[in-house]
Design a protein around this ligand. Structure first.
Ligand code: DOR
Ligand code: ZN
Length: 343
């Protein structure tokens, strides 16, 4: 039996929602990770340091202090985020970053940024005060092919941004394309990227394998096999610019299985097991610890975790569903298996 013990990992991109929904999912992440970057796309979004403080308290109380888990908070960047709010966020210590959603790009992004130039005063303040910019890197024009939106974002937005803000730390979130990998590799040390388990394990064929698969629909959408291979090479390369962010995104099963299903794949229940499966397939398990436990913390300027987890190659069955407030949640691999488990 294969097994691997690594420093306790962190999830640098996580959605846990709020209220009774949060209570159903946050424990999965807390069981695996020491810390997680908590996404702010609630309804209404987490706009201010005070909002983030209150949300953080709700997360900690949902965990009943049973887990040693630190939520790392983010604010939702808008056209109107003020430099004063940025300064306050930086001084709080618990807000680490701002999340950029192009308006209309994805779930709860309607209050996002309509034109990046409108956010320049906030970005300047972030650069000055050392807060990171986490980017949902897709253009939103409806005429642009959904599979090209990330690549076009690089040319239209990201290249200018890194020139205009050379000292701003930018995380290109959940990258999905060979062009994103190449961009991040050639950029300077202020630019990094997170990689999800689904973009390592699935390609766009998996959206249509034997029929339409709403539980494989996320944004950015799954890409071609060549892109998947580029993402896999990046994640397992040992390059510190690429690190773990699950983008685990819970939705009610009925909302995903509807005529207009929403985007998001729930992976928090087996997140590390999925990464182990992917790295083992590439025969690069030796690179998992740095990707999952070191590079993200280093990029964020956080201390590395103490403590460890052990993953063993032993199949586990995944439930058909989890309770999700008054609904159910269909997790990734529902009713199937995962090749690894946490000891
Ligand atoms: O698939 C996604 N789901 N992509 C996102 O960008 C947002 C997320 C969510 O919040 O459900
Ligand atoms: Zn996300």
């Amino acid at each position: 039996m294969q097994s691997i013990t690594i420093t306790k990992p962190d999830d640098f991109h996580l959605h846990i929602r709020d209220g009774d929904y949060m209570k159903c999912v946050v424990k999965h992440s807390a069981a695996q990770f020491a810390r997680a970057i908590i996404m702010p796309n609630l309804r209404p979004p987490v706009l201010t340091t005070d909002d983030a403080d209150a949300y953080r308290q709700r997360i900690l109380s949902a965990l009943n202090n049973q887990h040693d888990f630190e939520p790392l908070m983010t604010l939702y960047l808008t056209d109107n985020t003020s430099p004063e709010e940025i300064e306050k966020a930086a001084k709080s210590g618990f807000v680490k970053a701002l999340k950029y959603y192009p308006a209309g790009a994805t779930t709860n992004s309607d209050q996002g940024v309509t034109d990046i130039k409108k956010a320049y005063p906030a970005l300047k303040a972030m650069s000055d005060h050392g807060l990171l910019l986490l980017m949902h890197g897709e253009v939103t024009e409806s005429h642009i092919d959904i599979f090209d939106r990330e690549t076009i974002f690089i040319d239209k937005v990201l290249k200018n941004l890194v020139t205009d803000f050379p000292n701003l730390k930018i995380v290109f979130e959940h990258i999905t394309t060979r062009s994103a990998v190449e961009f991040v590799m050639q950029a300077d040390s202020h630019v990094a990227a997170t990689i999800t388990p689904q973009h390592l394990l699935l390609s766009r064929n998996d959206l249509f394998r034997g029929g339409l698969r709403p539980h494989h629909y996320c944004l950015p959408i799954l890409k071609a096999e060549d892109d998947r291979q580029a993402i896999m090479s990046a994640a397992t390369s040992g390059n510190p610019k690429f690190f773990l962010g699950t983008d685990s995104a819970p939705h009610s099963s009925i909302l995903k299985e509807s005529a207009c299903g929403c985007a998001g794949i729930y992976t928090a229940h087996i997140a590390m097991e999925l990464y182990a499966e992917a790295f083992a397939r590439a025969d690069r398990l030796d690179k998992l610890e740095a990707f999952a436990s070191n590079f993200g913390a280093d990029f964020y300027g956080l201390p590395r975790n103490t403590g460890s987890i052990t993953l063993i190659k032993k199949e586990q069955a995944v439930p058909e569903s989890f309770p999700f407030a008054n609904d159910t949640l269909t997790p990734y691999r529902a009713g199937e298996t995962c090749a690894w488990r946490i000891q």
